[in-house]
Design a binder for this molecule. Structure first.
Ligand code: ADE
Length: 358
């Protein structure tokens, strides 16, 4: 009989399973692992969200001192701002494993029950898009989050019995782009709720320089800043653009990303000075040209530009709203005067357009 455990996790006296950092196996042979390898693993390497980082550091320190798992945490905000990355940093700092899943993958009761029952003490369960969790899964989660129990029922109608199955203490980290769509009872069970903010140009330039360093891409400070300007306040977009621009730099130039190389490549990719792509611009143009600047319903916009409503609401709109180009009103979406200016559309163009329609 082997007495060597199949991993080198160890338990503290309070039954929290901690990872042995020496034996963390990471294979670098797939894209997923490569993506993970550019994810920062510490608060020092994680750029931006400074206020949030400071409060998290204190929360983590306190939980460690008490030898207790962290309170359940909810992160909300637009996609691509680093909610999953931050959950990974927290796990790393707590020295525990993280299990990552998303609400659409927890369709059947047995999906969520299976994950909960496989957790070890202190581990982190990360559920992305938690606003999409179905009612049954949510109700399974309530006692699990609150008292670390699963309420299982056996038998039928009159002989039905409820069995309370204990679970190890764990931390749930939920992430959502739509905090408003979370049910009240679920939201109330999170001890800590934080919003992630869009990144400044400075912060994005640092993210870009860091990623370029990991990818062995040569980039100047001005090159990083040029990409940062067009990254919509979002590190995920910044990281994607570094790779795309690097392709251009390699094929059309000497491989180095300078300000000019970055700007020329981004122009070719049709990403404008605000970071808007063709979908964003078609959305704004549609509202201006066909609906007189709005208001118009999101379903109508989606049908007209051939995108689904969720992509428009979750991906396009947060930045357009933040940039002051679009407004949400009870009667639908409206563009702002800044959107006309950005697209170079004047009153005269509008009048010409109207005379064509009338
Ligand atoms: N990559 C993605 N998000 C990041 C962040 N906040 N800091 C550093 N690198 C990142």
């Amino acid at each position: 009989m082997s007495i060597i455990p199949d991993n080198n996790d160890f338990k503290t006296e309070h039954n929290i399973t901690r990872k042995n950092p020496v034996v963390k196996a990471e294979s670098l042979d797939s894209d997923k692992n490569f993506e993970n390898s550019i994810r920062p693993k510490s608060f020092e390497a994680y750029i931006g969200q400074s206020a949030l980082k400071e409060t998290l550091k204190i929360t983590i320190e306190a939980a460690k001192k008490r030898e207790q798992p962290l309170d359940h945490l909810l992160f909300y905000g637009p996609p691509g701002l680093g909610k999953t990355t931050l959950a990974g940093v927290i796990a790393e700092q707590m020295g525990v494993n993280i299990r990552i899943t998303s609400a659409p993958a927890l369709e059947r009761p047995r999906d969520i029950i299976g994950i909960l029952m496989s957790l070890k003490g202190g581990e982190i369960l990360f559920i992305d898009e938690i606003h999409r969790l179905n009612k049954v899964a949510e109700e399974i989660l309530y006692p699990a989050m609150e008292d670390f129990f699963l309420d299982m029922t056996t038998g039928k109608s009159q002989t039905v019995k409820t069995l309370r199955v204990p679970l190890p203490k764990f931390t749930l980290i939920g992430a959502t782009t739509k905090a408003g769509e979370l049910s009240g009872p679920l939201r109330d069970r999170f001890g800590i709720i934080h919003r992630l903010e869009f990144y400044t140009e400075d912060e994005l330039a640092k993210v870009i320089t860091r990623t370029a360093g990991i990818l062995n891409i040569e980039i100047t400070e001005e090159g990083a800043r040029a990409i940062a300007k067009r990254s919509r306040g979002t590190p995920r977009i910044a990281n994607r653009l570094v790779k795309r621009v690097s392709d251009f730099a390699l094929v059309k130039h000497d491989g180095k990303i300078t300000e000019k190389v970055a700007n020329d490549s981004l122009d070719i990719l049709k990403i404008d000075a605000f970071g808007l792509d063709t979908t964003d611009r078609s959305l704004l143009k549609l509202i201006i040209e066909k609906y007189d600047g709005g208001p118009v319903g999101v379903e109508t916009i989606a049908a007209a530009i051939g995108e689904d409503v969720r992509t428009i609401e979750d991906v396009c709109e947060p930045y357009l709203l933040q940039a002051g180009l679009l407004q949400r009103t009870p009667r639908g979406r409206k563009v702002s005067p800044a959107a006309y200016r950005h697209l170079g559309i004047t009153d005269r163009d509008i009048n010409d357009q109207k005379s064509l329609w009338n």
